[in-house]
Design a protein around this ligand. Structure first.
Ligand code: NAP
Length: 264
């Protein structure tokens, strides 16, 4: 029987991960199956145990369970420890957790979009799970300035305080001067945008929206201001490729999968 993998979340029906991993498996000749599991809120640990008992080898974890997954692990990678959140589980003797969101974002920026965060001034909006998952990778990639802005300033300060040299800011105090502006808030899912002052987005700025599959007010504002606007589909495919590599030891090509997701 083929090895079993899945993405677990709530809701999860919309997830593109089963399609992405099926394409990776086909392209690399790996025999595996990949499904979507909706775990009830409060029932995450039970759903992981049931999947493992039925022979499951690995899971991708999505909203709202990434922090619960971190707590469940018997061992975690350095990336997961820094993020305090896990998006990839390896079900072996114990439960090993990793976080591939940060490397996924950096590979999309530096590889697919050709905007290396090294030497760049970066504004990261949001202080939830997605923002926590990418801070360490942006710093490791050499961002020379990283400012965290969030509606709830205490959350921005708590996240910034975990890494040396990071600054927290309210939206109102932001000014122009960033090379890359990453929207790691969920505002786009509500048809809203973080309240960025005019001038932060403009020509020469890469405006990166982690939400994918829809045109959001942040993307529209970036285009209107003359910035380069990109959604988070590339990050999704790149973080999936890193998970696939962790599970199977084979690195799938991402460009053809990203191309098909965008145009097919
Ligand atoms: P989360 O933990 O629920 O955090 C939500 C964040 O969004 C908080 O910082 C919150 O601010 C902020 N926020 C919500 N509504 C807002 C609004 N109207 N204006 C300004 N800020 C607002 O969610 P998450 O896990 O961090 O995920 C955030 C987004 O990233 C989701 O849309 C998710 O789909 C996306 N994501 C994409 C990828 C990818 O591969 N492309 C990977 C991970 C996540 P407060 O703290 O002030 O409430």
């Amino acid at each position: 029987m083929a090895d079993r993998y899945a993405v677990i979340g709530n809701p999860v029906a919309h997830s593109k991960s089963p399609r992405i991993h099926a394409e990776f498996a086909r392209a690399t000749g790996q025999a595996l199956s990949y499904e979507a599991i909706e775990a009830p809120l409060g029932g995450f640990a039970g759903a992981v145990a049931a999947f493992r008992a039925s022979g499951g080898k690995g899971l991708n974890v999505t909203l709202p369970f990434k922090e619960e997954a971190y707590a469940l692990c018997t061992g975690v990678s350095e990336r997961a420890r820094l993020a305090r959140a896990v998006n990839t589980l390896m079900l072996k003797e114990g439960v090993f957790g990793d976080n591939t969101d940060g490397i996924g974002l950096v590979r999309d920026l530096a590889g697919n979009l050709q905007v290396d965060p090294g030497g760049k001034r970066v504004l990261l909006m949001g202080a939830g799970g997605a923002a926590q998952g990418v801070v360490a990778a942006l710093l490791a990639a050499g961002a020379i300035e990283l400012v965290i802005a969030n509606r709830d300033m205490r959350r921005a300060q708590a996240l910034a305080g975990r890494f040396p040299g990071l600054k927290a800011s309210g939206y109102g105090a932001l000014a122009r001067g960033f090379d890359i502006v990453v929207n790691a808030t969920s505002a786009g899912l509500q048809g809203a945008a973080p309240p960025l002052p005019a001038g932060v987005l403009g020509p020469g700025v890469l405006a990166y929206e982690m939400v994918y599959g829809r045109d959001t007010p942040f993307l529209a504002a970036a285009r209107a201001a003359g910035a380069r606007a990109c959604d988070g589909l590339g990050m999704l495919v790149e973080q999936a490729a890193e998970s696939f590599f962790l599970w199977r030891g084979v690195r799938p090509a991402t460009a053809p999968v990203l191309e098909r997701l965008r145009h097919g």
